[in-house]
Design a protein around this ligand. Structure first.
Ligand SMILES: C=CC1=C(C)c2cc3[nH]c(cc4nc(cc5[nH]c(cc1n2)c(C)c5CCC(=O)O)C(CCC(=O)O)=C4C)c(C)c3C=C
Ligand code: FE2
Ligand code: FE2
Length: 345
C-alpha cells in the first residue's frame, strides 16, 4: 500500500548548510607597509611568539622592547623598500602567496565545492580573518597548508597553534586537516631540479658550484628535537641525487642568523665569502626552504650575499628564484593538496 503524504504537512527542515571544503594556504607573514612603523608592528608580533623565540622571559622582553624594536624596524624597512612591490604596494611574499592561491583555485576548479584562500601567520590577512571568511561561506571542513617544505616548530607548528586558537573559540568548528611537510616529496625534488636547470640555462655563465641556502634557526632548537635540520639535509641529499651533483658541487648552508646564539651551520654569508677568497668566481644560490621569494631571498641572498661574493673577488653570482607560482611550483602544491583532500572530494 502506498502512503500518500499530503503536500505541506511535513515538518519544515532547517535550511540546508552548503557543505564546502576550505583550503587555506599559509605563509610566514610580512609587514603591511615598508616603513619603520609597519615593520615594528610585524616584528613585535613575530618575535613575541614563543615558537620563534622560545625564551620569552623578562630579559628578552627588555631586549625586544628596549633595543630591537627601536633599532631594527628602520633598518629593515630600508631593506623591504629595496624589494617592495610598488605596483600593488605590498611585500612580494603577499603577492606570490595570493598568486599561488589563485592558481591553485584554477587548478582544482573541477571540485566546485572547494574554496581556496590564503593567509599570513603574522600580519595580514590573518589566519583568523580567513577562517572566519571560509566558514561564513559554508566550509565545514578545512585543510590548512603551511607553505614550508621542511617542518619546524618556528614555522609549521606555530601555524597550527594559531589555527587551534581560532577553532577553540568556535561553537561549530570545521573538521580539520593539516598538510605534512614535503621536504622529500619526489614532486617537490623534481620541481626544484627542473626549475634550477631552467634558470641555469638562461644564465650568461655556468656556475662552478651551487649553494643551497636554507633559513637558519638556533642550534639549540635542533638539539632539543626540532626535525628541521634533518629535513633540510634530506632535501639537499635528494636534490644532489636528482641533479647528479656531489656535496662539493651542491653545498648546504644556513642564512638569516638573528641574535648572538649559535645558529645552524655552515652560515651562508661566511661560506660565500670563503668561496670567493678561495678563488671560486661563478656561483648560483638556490633557496629550497622558501616556497616563495621574500626579504630573505630577494634582499639577503640576491643583494647582500651577491655583494659579499663580489667584494671578495667573485665575478658571477646568480640567485635562482623560488618555485613561487611557476608551473613546477604549482604542481607541487596542487598534488600535495589533492593528496591530503582524499576522502573529502
Ligand atoms: C629567532 C628568530 C627566527 C627564527 C627561528 C626563524 C625561523 C624561520 N624563518 C623562516 C622564514 C622567514 N623568515 C623571514 C624573516 C624573518 N625571520 C626572522 C627571525 C627568525 N626566523 C626575522 C626577525 C625576520 C624578519 C626580517 C628581519 O628582521 O630580519 C621571512 C621573510 C618575511 C618577509 O617579509 O619577506 C621568511 C619567509 C623559516 C622558514 C624559518 C625556519 C627555520
Ligand atoms: Fe625567519
Ligand atoms: Fe635576513
Amino acid at each position: 500500500m502506498t502512503v500518500v503524504v499530503p503536500l505541506g504537512s511535513a515538518k519544515p527542515e532547517p535550511a540546508a548548510q552548503p557543505e564546502r571544503v576550505g583550503v587555506l594556504l599559509v605563509n610566514l607573514g610580512t609587514p603591511d607597509t615598508a616603513d619603520a612603523r609597519g615593520v615594528r608592528v610585524y616584528l613585535k608580533e613575530f618575535l613575541s611568539d614563543p615558537r620563534v623565540i622560545e625564551d620569552q622571559g623578562l630579559k628578552w622582553k627588555l631586549i625586544l622592547n628596549g633595543v630591537i624594536l627601536r633599532v631594527r624596524p628602520g633598518r629593515k624597512a630600508r631593506d623591504y623598500r629595496k624589494i617592495w612591490n610598488t605596483e600593488k604596494n605590498e611585500s612580494p611574499l603577499k603577492t606570490i602567496t595570493r598568486a599561488q592561491a589563485e592558481k591553485l583555485a584554477a587548478g582544482i576548479a573541477d571540485h566546485d565545492h572547494v574554496i581556496v584562500d590564503w593567509a599570513m601567520r603574522y600580519g595580514n590577512p590573518s589566519i583568523r580573518s580567513r577562517i572566519d571568511a571560509l566558514t561564513a561561506q559554508g566550509c565545514n571542513r578545512l585543510l590548512v597548508v603551511p607553505l614550508y617544505p621542511q617542518y619546524s616548530a618556528a614555522t609549521s607548528a606555530t601555524v597550527c597553534d594559531e589555527v587551534f586558537k581560532v577553532l577553540a573559540g568556535m561553537r561549530a568548528q570545521p573538521t580539520l586537516r593539516v598538510t605534512p611537510p614535503y621536504y622529500d616529496d619526489p614532486d617537490y625534488i623534481d620541481a626544484l631540479a627542473v626549475s634550477i636547470n631552467a634558470h641555469l640555462a638562461t644564465l650568461p655563465f655556468q656556475p662552478e658550484l651551487i649553494v643551497a641556502s636554507y633559513h637558519g634557526m638556533p642550534q639549540i632548537y635542533v638539539d632539543k628535537g626540532d626535525p628541521y635540520y634533518a629535513q633540510c639535509v634530506a632535501t639537499t641529499d635528494a636534490l644532489r641525487k636528482r641533479m647528479g651533483l656531489d656535496a662539493s658541487k651542491l653545498l648546504l648552508t644556513f642564512q638569516s642568523r638573528f641574535g648572538f646564539d649559535a645558529w645552524l651551520q655552515p652560515y651562508t654569508d661566511k661560506t660565500i665569502e670563503q668561496l670567493a677568497k678561495d678563488g671560486v668566481r661563478r656561483i648560483a644560490v638556490v633557496t629550497p626552504g622558501f616556497s616563495a621569494d621574500c626579504l630573505e631571498t630577494l634582499e639577503e641572498i640576491a643583494q647582500e650575499n651577491a655583494e659579499i661574493f663580489k667584494h671578495n673577488g667573485g665575478e658571477h653570482f646568480a640567485a635562482i628564484p623560488c618555485l613561487n607560482d611557476s608551473d613546477p611550483g604549482m604542481d607541487v602544491i596542487r598534488q600535495l593538496v589533492l593528496r591530503e583532500l582524499q576522502g573529502w572530494i
